[in-house]
Design a protein around this ligand. Structure first.
Ligand code: IPE
Ligand code: IPE
Ligand code: MG
Length: 252
């Protein structure tokens, strides 16, 4: 084990509620196909679920919510579907930003800026700067995000610092890598939920989820709701997190 690893990095919150929930929102296309509708109909319904889950997170006292909205691999989909997904992100930000700001939500974006259209970048920048001083819940949107790309970019930035002499190779530890990722300053997810029955990470928060608990649910994202979310959190609360150590006896 890296001797410099900071144990606080893996420290769970004081009570058994997850502090950070990260969600792979999957199954919009299948939801639509089951109804004989175009995939875009599923994505539109998926935005309704996003709204419900953001509100529910506040009710459940979740400090950080990360939503996987567009992966770096989703560029392989048809152009028309990509345009629809971008349009829906814009619609969501335009419609919900005011309410989120009023609720003291801080918005953060993780993912590659490169390749995104200027109007999307401008809107995301506006949302991030408007809410920058909010100190309630943090909503992290993973957009054009891929974990391997994120780690490679971090490695590149570190290499530049080493080359310039700003950093020595021996200074490189897990904490420093964490601090170079898009998620710097955001605690690791305690709970990762994936809907739609797929049991894989699809390049989501690979580094950050080293000690996360995973809950995979069969329901498709448009059908996921506050009660399904509550059930996933209950499942998490019944898990024993050990972080490589021994389970703490909380009874004494
Ligand atoms: C999730 O639903 C939304 C995104 C990946 C953007 P999908 O579009 O992946 O839906 P399925 O997996 O095809 O059902
Ligand atoms: C993961 O879902 C990406 C998002 C939810 C944004 P995908 O539907 O793209 O993942 P795969 O292709 O099934 O692994
Ligand atoms: Mg999918």
């Amino acid at each position: 084990m890296d001797k410099t690893a900071n144990p606080d990095h893996f420290k769970s919150s004081e009570d058994d509620n997850p502090r950070h929930v990260a969600i792979i929102m999957d199954g919009n296309g299948r939801w639509a196909e089951q109804r004989g509708l175009p995939r875009s109909a599923g994505h539109r319904r998926g935005v309704e679920t996003v709204r419900e889950i953001v509100r529910a997170s506040k009710d459940f006292g979740i400090e950080y919510l990360t939503l996987y909205s567009f992966s770096s691999e989703n560029w392989t989909r048809p152009k028309s579907e990509i345009s629809e997904l971008f349009a829906l992100l814009k619609l969501f930000v335009r419609r919900d930003l005011a309410e989120m700001h009023k609720s003291n939500v801080q918005l953060k974006i993780i993912g590659e800026r490169e390749g995104l259209p200027d109007d999307i970048l401008a809107l995301l920048d506006e949302a991030v700067s408007l809410t920058a001083n909010n100190d309630g819940q943090t909503l992290v949107i993973a957009f054009n995000y891929g974990s391997r790309g994120e780690i490679a970019s971090a490695a590149r930035r570190i290499a530049v610092k080493i080359k310039s002499g700003e950093l020595q190779p021996d200074d490189l530890d897990t904490e420093r890598i964490s601090n170079e990722l898009d998620t710097a300053g955001i605690p690791d997810p305690d709970l990762v939920i994936r809907t739609s029955g797929e049991i894989r990470l699809s390049n989501f928060l690979l580094w950050q989820s080293a000690y996360s608990e995973f809950v995979f649910v069969d329901c498709l994202w448009p059908d996921f709701d506050k009660s399904a979310y509550h059930a996933a959190i209950e499942t998490y609360r019944n898990r024993t997190r050990k972080f490589g150590g021994l389970a703490l006896d909380t009874g004494s």
